[in-house]
Design a protein. Structure first.
Length: 250
């Protein structure tokens, strides 16, 4: 699979994502969970184009929800990661696309259309930002780096904010971008030392997980176990050096 062809398709979504009229058409899927016409348009566009390029590869997208995938290979797409940001023109949203083969992520792309940053990785070939190699930060302690966090599972807010306070007390500072894909990408390129969230779906983390791994970092669940890209769950991505220390705070 030619990753440059896939990147070309993904970057064509910029015009859709920047369409403020479509972004204003919002439906509520659940508690603090929204979908806009942009989400639907981006997913429909990429699903069609990816099928034309590789009709034998199945498709898993956020707007179709979790479903059983039995194929050897399948795409995992989040058409707009950071929909709430998009609704408010906060300009921290991304397209996240991954290719899964035999239970492992082979290719990952996270595209920020506002900064025109394309994070990409192929298993075994490294991670890149706009074609240039990237690597995780060299911070060896939480006290030497920032940590990103996510606020999924609003019903667990009390538990989560206690966790946030513990991490905040150990690191330089915390950040909340509102896009898991960007948080993972920023960890991969060393802008922050780690990121965690109590629950993410595969389309939230699949591409970002590979970015971090290929950039020299580590991604697990809160117990330190590997992630299954067919399932949702807790996610911790770090530069590797601070992984154990961050897990201890979670």
């Amino acid at each position: 699979m030619d990753i440059q062809k896939i990147i070309s398709l993904v970057t064509k979504t910029q015009v859709l994502i920047k369409n403020r009229e479509m972004a204003a058409h919002v439906k509520e899927k659940g508690l603090a969970d929204y979908v806009t016409q942009v989400d639907i348009a981006v997913q429909n566009f990429l699903k069609k184009e990816l099928f034309a390029l590789a009709p034998d590869i199945q498709f898993l997208g956020e707007e179709t929800g979790l479903q059983e995938i039995k194929a050897d290979r399948f795409w995992i797409l989040d058409p707009v990661d950071g929909t709430t940001n998009l609704m408010h023109d906060y300009q921290h949203s991304a397209v996240s696309l991954a290719l899964c083969r035999q239970g492992e992520i082979d290719m990952g792309i996270v595209y920020d259309p506002f900064r025109e940053e394309v994070f990409s990785a192929i298993k075994g070939k490294g991670s890149f930002l706009n074609g240039q190699p990237i690597h995780v930060s060299t911070a060896e302690k939480l006290s030497d780096t920032m940590v990103g966090l996510g606020t999924a599972k609003r019903e667990l807010a009390d538990e989560n904010f206690v966790r946030f306070r513990r991490v905040f007390g150990q690191c330089q500072d915390v950040r909340r971008i509102g896009s898991a894909a960007l948080e993972l990408a920023y960890t991969a390129c060393g802008r922050q030392g780690g990121y965690f969230e109590i629950y993410l779906n595969p389309w939230d983390y699949a591409a970002g997980m590979l970015l971090i791994q290929e950039a020299g970092g580590r991604v697990t669940d809160f117990t330190g176990k590997p992630l299954d890209p067919r399932k949702g769950g807790s996610v911790v991505g770090t530069n590797g050096y601070v992984h154990a220390e961050l897990l201890n705070q979670l």
